[in-house]
Design a protein around this ligand. Structure first.
Ligand code: 5AD
Ligand code: SF4
Length: 437
């Protein structure tokens, strides 16, 4: 039996929505009287906020649990949270006797109660997806990073054939507009200058007949907020109103993460993506018509069942056709319960390795080309953290590039900067003297 924990640590993996959930769990535990463990110190309670998207990520959860055993044989109280918790439920307790409680992404507002149960020796599991939103039960927001995440939508109704998200995060649910605006105000009050609206399918957000474009306009009205971003979007939900907002709402940053997954129509069909190469490219064109300098980023999967070399070549071609500023690419990973996991023609691991390498090389070329194309621009950088060298700070450009700047400015400062040099993954910026003669 474990005694009641006094200190906690949260480790979040996977997507930004998990980072957001991790922040809210931290606020909840602090409200319950626990303290965040200091850096380098053991915590009485460790919350592993896990990701289930690929097999590697899911297996990592269990090896991370194993590593929590201390040299003297003792261990902290362990809560398995996030998407692995949702997918595995009580099975997780059987797989690892070290796990004290299992809590899904829609149930973590119940953690204080579960902690009390675990302290009495029980091993509670809660993977319910209640109709009443967890958000109502969570404490109000207080502190915020200069760039703060705000989840506005969860779940997915798209059922891409490779993807576990519809099973782990459930059906699409949008938070009410007034709640989101109130949370955004609180984040700005707590120090945020940029808000990133999050959802598995964020551009499918709707409430009372209004869509994401309206929500963005509402949030843009908050004084003190300077930048708005949103992620992740589905190409099929990229409507005209949202595209128009890119040209009209000044605070909406010129950056769009729009995963395509493959450049081959037959693979897109087998993935059940509900867009084609042509419709995707035409959406990008419309966004660029609305906002010429928009940076496009994307996600790719290589080695989906049945992917031929020709299909893969089409994927390489779309990287060039779009001119991605940034893109993430993954080897296909068969997920239990998804239609693609039982498709014929699964691709050999060495073929996937080779394709991933070639794709990543092509993406890196594009990314460097994009970064170089921005050298010489006068722009603004929102400072987020210190750099490695003393006197160096790191922030983001409107195009989400990491920019290194020599400055004593604090995180949260918006600086006028000229981009002076480009690397594959970051930029150098020089301060502009606003009032220089
Ligand atoms: N295998 C590999 N990559 C996947 N993704 C989603 N499911 C899988 C899977 N089964 C990738 C997609 C998605 C990103 C978040 O993860 O590219 O956009
Ligand atoms: Fe991973 Fe998807 Fe869960 Fe995010 S929602 S943590 S990407 S499985």
């Amino acid at each position: 039996m474990q005694s009641t924990p006094k200190t906690f640590r949260i480790k979040s993996f996977g997507c930004q929505m998990n980072v957001y959930d991790g922040e809210r769990i931290s606020e909840l535990l602090s409200d319950t009287g626990l303290e965040a463990a200091a850096d380098g110190e053991d915590a009485d309670l460790v919350v592993l906020n896990t990701c289930h998207i690929r097999e590697k990520a899911a297996e990592k959860a269990y090896s991370d649990v194993g590593r929590l055993k201390r040299e003297d044989g003792s261990r902290p109280m362990i809560a398995l949270a996030g998407c692995v918790a949702q997918a595995e439920g009580a099975e997780a307790k059987r797989r690892s006797p070290m796990i004290d409680m299992v809590v899904g992404p829609q149930a973590y507002h119940r953690l204080p109660e579960m902690l009390a149960q675990a302290s009495r020796g029980a091993r509670p599991v809660d993977t319910d997806m209640p109709a009443i939103s967890k958000f109502e039960a969570l404490p109000k927001r207080r502190r915020a990073n200069p760039s703060a995440f705000l989840t506005v939508q969860e779940g997915c109704d798209k059922f891409c054939t490779y993807c576990v998200v519809p099973y782990t995060r459930g059906a699409e649910v949008s938070r009410p507009r007034a709640d989101i605006v109130a949370e955004a105000r609180a984040l700005v009050g707590g120090g945020a200058r940029e808000i990133v609206l999050l959802g598995q399918n964020v551009n499918a957000w709707k409430h009372d007949g209004r869509g994401l474009a309206d929500l963005i306009r509402d949030i843009a009205g908050i004084d003190g907020l300077e930048r708005i971003r949103y992620t992740t979007s589905h190409p099929a939900d990229m409507g005209d109103a949202l595209i128009a907002a890119h040209g009209e709402v000044e605070k909406l940053m010129p950056y769009l993460h729009l995963p395509v997954q493959s450049g081959s129509d037959s693979i897109l069909k087998a993935m059940n993506r509900s867009h084609s190469v042509e419709s995707y490219l035409s959406t990008i064109e419309k966004v660029r018509d609305a906002r010429a300098d928009v940076a496009i980023s994307g996600d790719f999967i290589v080695g989906f069942p049945g992917e031929s070399e020709e299909d893969f070549q089409a994927t390489l071609r779309i990287v060039d056709a779009v001119g991605y500023a940034c893109a993430y690419s993954f080897k296909y990973s068969a997920r239990p319960g998804t239609p693609a996991a039982v498709m014929e023609d699964q691709i050999a691991p060495e073929v996937m390795d080779d394709r991933l390498q070639r794709l990543q090389a092509r993406i890196a070329e594009r990314q460097l080309a994009f970064n170089r194309s921005t050298v010489g621009r006068d722009t603004q950088v929102l400072i987020e953290r210190s750099g490695r060298r003393p006197g160096q700070m790191i922030g983001r450009s409107p195009w989400l590039q990491s920019v290194h700047v020599e400055t004593g400015a604090e995180p949260g400062t918006m600086l006028d900067v000229t981009l002076t040099a480009a690397g594959p993954n970051s930029m150098t910026g020089a301060l502009r003297q606003k009032d220089a003669a």
